[in-house]
Design a protein. Structure first.
Length: 143
């Protein structure tokens, strides 16, 4: 799964008492890249008709549920562009050379300081990733 999760900070002053908001999760916008493309926004909302009950709610857009047409897979689009002779998706030699100017220092850093920790495919990553986030009092988002 590939997604980008923007976790919003809590407001410095909450207008409700702590008991009204203590169970709320963190407001977030999650952009799902694949396999289920879409966007979800999670935030606290007052329950209609209640004195002051705030509950987490989701606004969700799922590409597959909103459109009946399938978007082409990445390689389908690339092959179609090859067949019709449309070159914008193909890197020119200058782009390839510039990309190595970006990657060569990374390769050199890894050679000098060691490569990133390995972990099994499909797992949540190596234990060092948890330690990295914990240094700032953060944690990886879990579904």
């Amino acid at each position: 799964m590939t997604e980008i999760a923007l976790m919003f900070q809590r407001a410095p002053h909450l207008p409700f008492s702590a008991t009204d908001t203590k169970e709320l999760g963190q407001n977030a916008m999650v952009i799902r890249v694949q396999p289920d493309e879409g966007v979800t926004v999670r935030f606290g909302s007052k329950v209609p008709g209640s004195a002051m009950e705030v509950r987490d709610v989701n606004m969700d857009f799922a590409y597959g549920e909103s459109f009946t047409e399938n978007s082409p897979e990445a390689y389908e689009r690339l092959l179609l562009d090859v067949l019709i002779g449309d070159p914008p998706l193909f890197p020119r030699h200058q782009e390839v050379e510039l990309s190595w100017e970006v990657l060569d220092p990374v390769e050199q850093f890894w050679a000098d300081h060691g490569k990133p920790d390995q972990y099994p495919a499909g797992s949540a990553g190596p234990p060092s990733a948890e330690a990295l986030m914990a240094r700032d009092g953060r944690a990886w988002r879990r579904l």
